[in-house]
Design a protein around this ligand. Structure first.
Ligand code: PEP
Ligand code: MG
Length: 556
């Protein structure tokens, strides 16, 4: 029978499919003793699990081909190592359960590998993955990491980190549902980048049984478990109507009376560019360069590799605007080789620009790579720093850009309330502002953007957040400079109208949201947007602000 659950809808559209769980890290199996007469059965169980995992790795290798096949086959060989199996059987013979024996045998093999020099040490992660797979199989829990599935599925997770999502095959993911996270969490951002529906902050999401059929409505936040025939038909009809309405809009972003608001795309690298161009983005408003840094946990990408990636993005927007954000490492985007491991409160510690100023070589290489990538191209390159707190930060960044010989506009992200409050002072050093409303909400409300239970405070309709947006936009207007929004607030069509009414000069969002924003903005005049903004700011809560803006725009 159909049941309905409700979370927070963060990426539009409807997906219907079977759920697959993102496997969590394998827990350490308890060290309980088994009776001696159970040992042969446990040994057989261990052998079967090892064989099944090895066969699965080989089968997936055959499907993948190329370099991936070689890696997966090497993992299968690790699983089948006769000495390792002999150690597992010995441990079971003296009282270990199969899962505990596998866990301990791999631990001692791992220690051997880790001490055996660089090449072998590099294989430790692969070995851990093999161990986790065998232990998960023995415990009967989902495989760790991204689900192994050849069929499209709805992904269920507690929350998703950028490193997890880098491994997802976008052609298989119909939609996301997460237990944690808010509108600005990485799950939400990634879902919008992929253009798949998503619901976050759904209590009990991880308890949905593997294989259950769900319908995910990313606009309302509703999840229909075992949806009936009528429900499916109703959702399909609504999705079709929405598609038709969107297909009818095109061209640059503007209000109905012609006030231009360039609609730009948020991208994580060259792979996102095609969707941005297809959605009619007028440029890139936020290139999150940290995704380039995720491939290697120990080193920054080489200058050459960076030049190549930046150039691919810049070339896609000839004569358009491309705003590149320099590396934003730390807090929700940790990088092993840059982020301090022992900070009590990483979101308030060394992150963003602070990290780069502590590692000037990394900043300099990135700025040089950007300068080289833009050479000879007609693109309007703009480069901005994340987490600028004050004028001192803004000056340090602008100096670093000049030192690297960068011919571009330099800007500052407004993500810390101090930057919004003193925006005019920051604008003495840089030429534009870009509001990162995700972090700005986090720091304004002291509400961690990764924690589902405080997602109420992450709501970008909060009037206090709108006040800070207004302060920054007003400062930029007074200085004759631009102030865009590149946080997730820009991807909410109604809020995009309010932001326009507050005076922001461009809106940047995941490509999939762009047609929705364009279509909504084109329905109202600038004066209506301004009235909606004033009405929203005059309220006390996010819900009231949303309702007040809606009432103004619908002429109630
Ligand atoms: C923001 O904080 O709003 C932003 C755009 O940056 P990120 O989401 O990457 O932290
Ligand atoms: Mg941010």
């Amino acid at each position: 029978m159909e049941t309905t659950l409700r979370g927070v809808g963060v990426s539009h559209g409807v997906a219907i499919g079977e759920v697959r769980h993102m496997g969590t890290a394998v827990l350490e199996p308890p060290a309980k003793q088994i009776p001696a007469d159970e040992a042969p059965r446990e040994q057989a169980r261990a052998r079967q699990a090892v064989e099944a995992v090895a066969n699965d790795l080989i089968a997936r290798g055959n499907l993948a081909g190329g370099e991936a096949q070689a890696v997966l086959e090497a993992q299968a060989l690790m699983a089948q190592d006769p000495e390792l199996m002999a150690d597992v059987e010995r441990r079971i013979a003296v009282g270990s359960s199969a899962e505990r024996a596998v866990y301990d045998a791999f631990a001692s093999y791992r220690a051997l590998l880790a001490n055996a020099g660089e090449y072998l040490a590099g294989r430790v992660a692969d070995l851990d993955d093999v161990r986790n797979r065998i232990v998960a199989r023995l415990l009967g829990v989902p495989m760790p990491g991204v689900p192994d599935s050849d069929e499209p599925y709805v992904l269920i997770a507690r929350d998703l980190a950028p490193a997890d999502t880098a491994l997802l095959d976008p052609s298989l993911v119909l939609g996301f549902v997460t237990e944690e996270g808010g509108p600005t969490s990485h799950s939400a951002i990634l879902a919008r980048a992929l253009g798949v529906p998503a619901v976050v902050a759904l209590p009990g999401a991880t308890e949905l049984a593997e294989g259950t059929v769900v319908a995910v409505d990313g606009s309302t936040g509703d999840i229909y478990v075992d949806p009936g025939k009528d429900r499916r038909a109703e959702l399909a009809k609504a999705a079709e109507e929405r598609r038709a309405a969107l297909a009818a809009t095109s061209g640059p972003g503007a209000t109905s009376d012609g006030h231009k608001v360039p609609l730009l795309a948020n991208v994580g690298g060259p792979a996102d560019v095609e969707a941005a161009v297809k959605a009619g983005a007028e440029g890139v408003g936020l290139f999150r360069t940290e995704f380039l840094f995720l491939d290697d946990s120990k080193n920054a990408p080489s200058e050459e590799k960076q030049v190549e990636a930046y150039r691919q993005v810049l070339e896609a927007f000839p004569e358009g605007r491309v705003v590149v954000r320099v590396l934003d490492a730390g807090a929700d985007k940790p990088l092993e080789f840059l982020t301090p491991a022992d900070e009590p409160n990483p979101a308030l510690g060394v992150r963003g620009l602070r990290t780069l100023l502590a590692h000037p070589d990394v900043l300099h290489t990135q700025l040089r790579a950007l300068a080289r990538a833009a050479e000879g191209l007609p693109v309007y390159l703009e480069v901005m720093a994340p987490m600028v707190a004050d004028r001192v930060d803004a000056k340090a960044f602008a100096d670093a850009c000049r030192e690297a010989g960068l011919h571009a506009k330099f800007g500052a992200m407004v993500e810390i309330p101090s930057a919004a409050l003193r925006a005019r002072s920051i604008l003495q050093e840089v030429e534009f502002l870009s509001l990162g409303t995700n972090d700005l909400a986090q720091y304004t409300f002291a509400a961690d953007r990764q924690v589902g239970s405080v997602s109420r405070l992450q709501d970008p309709w909060q009037p206090a957040l709108l006040d800070l947006v207004a302060a920054a936009a007003e400062a930029a207007r007074a200085e004759g400079k631009s102030c865009g929004v590149c946080g997730e607030a820009a991807s909410d069509p109604l809020l995009a109208c309010v932001l326009t009414g507050l005076g922001v000069t461009s809106l940047s969002m995941g490509a999939a949201s762009l047609p929705y924003v364009r279509a909504t903005l084109a329905k109202y005049t600038l004066a209506q947007c301004e009235r909606a903004a004033a009405a929203a700011r005059a309220t006390d809560t996010a819900d009231e602000a949303r309702r007040a803006a809606q009432a103004v725009l619908s002429g109630e």
